[in-house]
Design a protein around this ligand. Sequence first.
Ligand SMILES: NC(=O)c1ccc[n+]([C@@H]2O[C@H](COP(=O)([O-])OP(=O)(O)OC[C@H]3O[C@@H](n4cnc5c(N)ncnc54)[C@H](OP(=O)(O)O)[C@@H]3O)[C@@H](O)[C@H]2O)c1
Length: 268
Amino acid sequence: MKIVVIGGSGLIGSKLVPKLREHGHEAVAASPNSGVNTVTGEGLAEVLKGASVVVDVSNAPAWEDAAVMSFFETSTRNLLNGEAAAGVKHHVALSVVGTDRLSESGYFRAKIVQEKLIKNGTIPYTIVQATQFFEFLKQLADISFDGKTVRVPHGLFQPMAADDVASAVGKVAVGQPLNGTVEIGGPETFRIDELVRRRLAPLNDSREVIADPNDLYSGAKLDERTLVPGKDARLGETHFADWLKSSASQPPTAKLPSAAVATATKQS
Ligand SMILES: NC(=O)c1ccc[n+]([C@@H]2O[C@H](COP(=O)([O-])OP(=O)(O)OC[C@H]3O[C@@H](n4cnc5c(N)ncnc54)[C@H](OP(=O)(O)O)[C@@H]3O)[C@@H](O)[C@H]2O)c1
């Protein structure tokens, strides 16, 4: 089966493509680096020819409110139109657990629009909402640093390894479209400040980490469980302590709600 992975060069995409190939699929990594741009449309019709499934694990290169909205709206419209023309049977998109509860955030308003376009479109779909990636924690600390302390929002989250995200998205991609949303998350729930502290320790990063109830996540106020998935979430196997011991815990780290968090941190 030909499966086109939009954002195939990114953190999740670069793990997903080899997994799909290992299972005998013709997985094609598509992104501006390989001549496929979902915003301009460059290379899109060509790469979609003969594809049965499209997996969108792309992310916006700029995260100011207007830029991120323009990216997800234009990219998703172009993709869905291209898929309709090419006869694609399943559109899979990676989103974030709690997206619908985070509409105070410009980044998440853009993800809400992305999800709506998919739900209202004609291509059978599955939206996979993932929790934060372990690989994102160091970056979360960096963008939450005010020069003296790392200030993160008060609340719980249930992050997961990027490798488990890729495995879960891969399973969805080769399955039937659900025309619905599945949540995926890590095996354990943590306080955000606790886990950022545990991430920094082995990096010999001695910055103080505090939970600030007034701090915003990507511009949005969090409740205790805003970022926590529901009871039906499919859970990854990798525990944080094991991930920390693995090579996957070496920088560089993931990008994403990060820049939006940075903006939010400045705003807060
Ligand atoms: N970080 C988290 O904790 C988290 C949690 C849950 C869900 N997510 C979601 O996960 C998704 C992927 O995140 P990620 O961290 O894996 O992303 P990433 O590493 O930042 O990769 C972004 C990818 O998007 C591609 N891209 C950028 N502009 C494009 C365009 N115009 N056309 C086609 N492709 C384009 C990039 O291609 P080039 O390399 O060619 O530029 C790259 O392959 C995002 O949608 C995000 O919302 C993230």
